[in-house]
Design a protein around this ligand. Structure first.
Ligand code: FES
Length: 87
C-alpha cells in the first residue's frame, strides 16, 4: 500500500490553535494501529492561511479547522480506501 502523506502546519498560529495536539494524537493513534509506515506525517511552516487554521494537508488536499478526532477519522477513511483499492 502506498504511503499517505499528512502535512501538519506547525506555524505559530496553527500550532496554538490546536495542531500541536493534533500532531501528538495522530502519531500516537498511528503507532497504536500499526499504521506508522502507511501514513507519513510531516510538519511544515506557515502556509499563509492562518485565519482558517489549524491547517493540514492530506494527500495534497487542504483541510482547515479540524480537531484531533476529525483528523483521525479522515486519516482512517483514507487508509481504508487505499486498503480496499489494493484488495
Ligand atoms: S500558521 Fe498555519 S497557515 Fe499560518
Amino acid at each position: 500500500m502506498p504511503a499517505i502523506e499528512l502535512v501538519v502546519c506547525m506555524g505559530s498560529a496553527c500550532f496554538s490553535r490546536g495542531n500541536v495536539r493534533v500532531l501528538e494524537l495522530i502519531q500516537t493513534h498511528l503507532r497504536e494501529r500499526g499504521l506508522a509506515d502507511a501514513v507519513k506525517v510531516k510538519g511544515t511552516l506557515c502556509q499563509d492561511r492562518c485565519r482558517q487554521g489549524p491547517n493540514l494537508t492530506l494527500q495534497g488536499e487542504c483541510f482547515c479547522g479540524l480537531g484531533p478526532d476529525e483528523v483521525i477519522d479522515l486519516v482512517e477513511e483514507r487508509v481504508a480506501a487505499l486498503q480496499a483499492a489494493a484488495g
